[in-house]
Design a binder for this molecule. Sequence first.
Ligand code: HEM
Length: 463
Amino acid sequence: MSRSHHATSPAPATGRTATASLPVLSPADTARLLGSGLGPIVAQGVIARRPLVVAAAGKAGTDDRSVRLLQELRDRYGDGPVRVPVPGRPAALVLDAGGVRRVLTEGPEPFAPASWEKRGALRQFQPHGVLVSHGEARAERRRFTEAVLDTGSPLHAEASHIAEVARAETAALRDDAARRGAFGWDGFVTTWWRIVRRIVLGDGARDDHALTDTLTRLRRRGNWSFLVPRRDDLHERFASGVRDHLERAEPGSLAARIAQVDPGPGSAVTPEDQIGHWLFAWDPGAAVTLRALALLATHPEVRGRARAEAAAPSPGGPPELPVLRATVLESTRLWPTTPLLLRESTADTSWPGGTLAAGTSLLVPTWYLHRDDRRRADADRLDVEQWLDGGAADDWMLTPFSGGIGACPGRELVLFVASTVLATLLDGHHAVLLPPESFDASRPLPRGLNPYALRLGLSRAAR
Ligand code: HEM
């Protein structure tokens, strides 16, 4: 992956008008986009989800409405970029695969991942995270991140240890849920965080709920971006908690890898800041995994294949579980946890229809692109095949883990953990989706699926 090494920050918004005539949303359509498309996404919490707002959005059907709105706008304005005349902040919607590929791969110049909005939101808990970095600092932080996370390897170097941790914690949840008959978000997320803290920081962090709670408080402040001041005291409490765990460098944990990769003094990498992002990023992983279980519970054919692959002998180490991975990927496609990818242009950029001024925010609405039933036959149904045969990898309409230079470096690791958790939940057990959610393989899947309301029945399967 090639990266440029300029030490500059992304250019500030210039407010200049584009020189040629790219389509511009009318004031009425801009208001509709902000009100029905972007507003609900921001209101649900960009950095830390707000469960009550997520539930209200589900009841109001905002996800469905916003897909239809984007379909209508694309019919009338074309594939884009379609300029969105927000006062003081030039923005443009990218609505086709070619445009998505361009803004994600041509960076960090002229399309910088470290957009103004992200810098505002993430400065609370990872002011030096790779996502909000630019130039040489970004390149160095990205190299460090890839080395520790084993980016691109389906099985992390510590996969055996990671699988052992994921299986042991999940088996305890599963057996308890089977005794009670059901489980939901609260039980699942407690187990998930134990797994995450053990994998990232070591067994000694297993029950350090206080650390995760401090991060959640910082993330809630991140929802308000530049509107609230930084809480340096809270950030320092989180960072020093992380440093204490890192010092143990427990074998098998990512903390031990960090000690090996040690960036050394004078480096732009502060491990505790990178870990701030990693821990934050595991959170959507919980929602994605629980939704994937709901998919498996309602799709017997895929479930059968997933069970068979999990039961197959794997003498060389933990299995890769491709069908379960594909189901998790489908969960991220159907209900993307980053519904909007943002890039900020650092220079004027030319497009077939005209020029976009430097400082424009480019908006990639994954929630719509993944679910556009006018362009995708699979829009509203489970389609694991496209991840198994590689079709989805070449499809720039599908970017649940982003793509190009800012693609998620934790993708393989989280897919591995999620699929190992799912295999353990299904091992010898039968799962059913319980109300209030209700869907099945014969109907279009809902466009919103509130993970906090999910309830799964679990019982021992007859052998
Ligand atoms: C299901 C879980 C996850 C999803 C859906 C996901 C998705 C994404 C997406 C969409 C981006 C790009 C954001 C952008 O373009 O602005 C991203 C970036 C990133 N993710 Fe993930 N992620 C997940 C889990 C993880 C985990 C577990 C880690 C670390 C252990 C991680 C580490 C990162 C980092 C460091 C970046 C910034 C990369 C850069 O700017 O170069 N992610 N992720």
